[in-house]
Write a protein of this length. Structure first.
Length: 430
């Protein structure tokens, strides 16, 4: 066989190239710290590694969503907590204002403090997150949830949309609650009207027990049949006890034209429009008659007929309820009964709003717990994927370093051998 220069150079070049490829391959594996640099290194393992990498990539995206969701929920939590604190302070001030020893100047000072608190509440109900979006405005994040009208009342101007964050492949969680749900749809104080139809008596009526009256209202009020919301309260003397000359005395109030009845008890009946007796019993004239949470003070002899009409239940935000109460308390011409009603209206609105806020805070806390648990699961899952990748494509650095040294030696030897072979010539032996 004839040994030509081309043959010598070709074989030497291929040998050096193979040695160099082995050296670079091991060097790349060490640099990447993996035994799989290209698919041909381990076709089956490559597919497994890609699955683990894709899984971790998705988990990291969900981690980003959870971070954003946590930020939104924490802003909401702070706003609700601050609002609840202001409502506590406002309720305390109204309890202080309810003291009959207060002068009008005292009431003005108290309502001035409450007014400032109402402004602070409005700011909190229009809170913004770090990105400038309104927290309680639903999905209309560029506009405030509540807008002040020219008449001094606040209107709900957001929408009822709820934003969600995808925290896993099959799960989303809400990251906001609308101001309509939390603040606007809060029940205001329920009430009724009482009108004297027949009888020579004086009448005053009010809600005595909010819980009992609300229960009565829920059982008897009809939103579709207005007539069904009317009742008749009748008072009659007990049989055998009527003695007009002995039981009617002159009223001590000089400006009253109605005699004060001081005789034995009478009896009453509360009847609905179908004639059904809703409640009945005896009562002492001149003393409060309590019926299903309603209080009637009837001064005069039994024998009166009183029309009772249930007011429609209404929802309103606490800002408007407090502003209405402030207006009544600042007005010097309002009566003691009107002031008392204003106190009760404000207190009921505060209590109901705090109950709604409490439910909202509970929901936010539950979602934050969910995010925390899901975050821990995601971290554990990512670590598991990394460990699985290492089992498939992990690199033994000690063994790789030895192989690199061997490959470097082989490359150096190939290069030296090529140098010696390339210098061989028959002329050197002649």
């Amino acid at each position: 066989m004839r040994v030509t220069n081309n043959l010598i150079y070709g074989q030497s070049s291929r040998a050096i190239s193979k040695a160099n490829d082995r050296y670079l391959d091991i060097q790349n594996k060490i640099s990447e710290q993996t035994s799989i640099v290209k698919p041909s290194d381990n076709p089956v393992g490559t597919g497994q590694v890609l699955q683990y990498e894709n899984s971790n990539s998705q988990l990291k995206q969900y981690d980003g969503n959870m971070k954003m969701a946590k930020s939104h929920l924490e802003y909401e939590e702070v706003a609700l907590d601050s609002l609840n604190g202001l409502l506590d302070d406002t309720r305390t001030l109204f309890i202080q204002a309810e003291n009959t020893a207060n002068t009008q100047e005292d009431l003005n000072a108290i309502t001035e403090q409450v007014s400032k608190m109402v402004d602070s509440m409005a700011d909190l109900m229009n809170s913004k997150s770090a990105d400038g979006s309104y927290i309680f405005a639903g999905t209309d994040i560029k506009n405030p949830a509540f807008t002040l009208k020219p008449d001094g009342h606040y209107d709900w101007t957001g929408n009822e949309g709820q934003k969600f964050s995808q925290i896993s492949e099959n799960r989303k969680i809400p990251i906001n609650d609308t101001g309509k749900h939390l603040f606007q749809d809060v029940w205001a104080r329920n009430n009724f009207k009482a009108t004297l139809l027949t009888g020579n008596v004086s009448l005053s009526a009010k809600v005595h027990d909010e819980g009992d009256f609300t229960d009565f209202l829920s059982k008897n009020y009809s939103a579709t049949n207005g007539v069904a919301n009317n009742f008749v309260l009748t008072t009659t003397p007990l049989t055998g006890t009527t003695d007009p000359q002995a039981t009617i005395e002159k009223n001590l109030e000089s400006d009253s034209k109605i005699p004060f009845y001081s005789g034995p008890p009478g009896k009453y009946s509360l009847i609905d429009t179908s004639g059904k007796v809703i409640a009945s019993g005896s009562y002492d004239p001149g003393q409060p008659l309590i019926v299903d949470g309603m209080s009637f003070v009837i001064k005069g002899a039994p024998g009166a007929t009183i029309g009772v009409s249930l007011n429609p239940p209404k929802r309103d935000n606490v800002l408007n309820q407090l502003k209405d109460a402030i207006s009544v308390l600042r007005d010097k011409t309002t009566t003691a009964d009107e002031k008392e009603a204003a106190f009760h209206n404000a207190q009921v609105s505060i209590v109901n709003t705090q109950a709604s806020i409490g439910e909202g805070r509970s929901e936010v806390g539950s979602r934050l717990n969910t995010l925390s648990e899901r975050g821990e699961f995601s971290s554990a899952n990512q670590l598991s994927n990394v460990m699985a990748q290492d089992r498939v494509a992990g690199l033994d650095m000690g063994s790789a370093a030895t192989k690199l040294s061997m490959a470097e030696t082989a490359l150096t030897s190939s290069q030296k051998l090529f140098t010696r072979v390339s210098n061989l010539s028959l002329f050197n032996k002649i």
